[in-house]
Design a protein around this ligand. Structure first.
Ligand code: FAD
Length: 253
């Protein structure tokens, strides 16, 4: 059986006021927001926050967003992909400006978390904006000087849709045991020699860690990608108890 996803009770977490300090354009459909949050208690890589928006007439909408920054960073970053017709993501990914304020509570989640104290290989699988909590893990790994083997297999629609592209390349160039494998599922630039198909058992078996190495596995992204990657890794012989998953939404990269 797949490791169950536990959700921490959030009722008692206070709502805080977050102020947008900086906006980073990651891709045409994705922005990261650097937030100032008074009395932020700190977080573990992989955790998320709830963001609540209130309109002038009092209507409220609330959604979850992963924390993309490392615990070591001064700022708290969330990375939001615009879902057309969505209630909350179009505001956060397109309309918000520096100085805007909204309510936020967290950190939330105790299951989908990784610490640089862990010595087993780290095996990350992401689709689209599902890379956000995994980026928090990789930023934490670099900040803590962890040099144990790590791999990110990351599916994006096209080269321009790769979130954190330059930072991922810089992290992989540190020669500290991290390898990043991109797959571009819809469109590839001229001369692309990398992966071109959806993440599948063949790819995971070819580029991934062997089950014998007992890697800690974190999979995050669209529901379909998460479920098919988890199923494939179990079929390849990975221990289901070492696989942790987080689902963002209904569609596939
Ligand atoms: C624990 C957790 C962490 C998350 N972290 C992030 C994050 O870091 N970054 C991020 O961008 N999102 C993240 N999400 C998804 C986020 O919470 C919202 O679901 C997403 O932003 C869509 O919200 P919306 O209000 O814009 O769309 P909604 O108004 O909720 O939905 C509009 C329409 O879009 C569909 N839809 C909803 N979500 C998706 C999706 N992901 N892909 C395609 N269609 C969708 C709905 O079925 C509906 O038909 C996370 C979700 C969870 C549960």
């Amino acid at each position: 059986m797949l490791a169950t996803e536990k959700v921490q009770p959030t009722r008692k977490l206070p709502w805080r006021t977050a102020t947008v300090r900086e906006i980073i354009e990651e891709t045409p459909r994705v922005r990261s927001l650097s937030l100032d949050i008074p009395d932020w208690p700190g977080h573990r890589p992989g955790q998320h926050v709830d963001i609540r928006l209130t309109s002038d007439d009092g209507y409220q909408a609330q959604r979850s967003y992963s924390i993309a920054s490392a615990p070591e960073a001064a700022e708290l970053l969330v990375t939001v992909e615009r879902i057309e017709e969505g209630e909350v993501s179009p505001y956060l990914s397109s309309e918000v400006i520096v100085g805007d304020k909204f309510e936020l509570r967290g950190p939330i989640g105790g299951h989908f978390v990784w610490s640089a104290f862990m010595t087993e290989p780290l095996f990350l699988v992401a689709g689209g904006s599902g890379v956000a909590p995994l980026m928090a893990m990789l930023r934490h790994r670099a900040a803590a000087g962890n040099k144990n083997p790590a791999l990110l297999v990351y599916s994006s629609r096209s080269f321009d849709d790769i979130i954190y592209r330059k930072e991922l390349a810089a992290l992989a160039a540190r020669s500290d045991g991290l390898k990043v494998v991109h797959t571009l599922t819809r469109q590839q630039p001229a001369g692309w020699t990398g992966e071109k198909k959806r993440i599948d058992p063949e790819m995971l078996s070819r580029v991934g860690f062997s089950p014998k190495e007992q890697p800690r596995i974190f999979i995050c992204g669209p529901t379909q990608l998460v479920e098919s990657a988890a199923r494939a890794l179990i079929e390849l012989g990975h221990d289901a108890g070492l696989i942790k998953t987080e689902r963002f939404g209904p569609t596939g990269a």
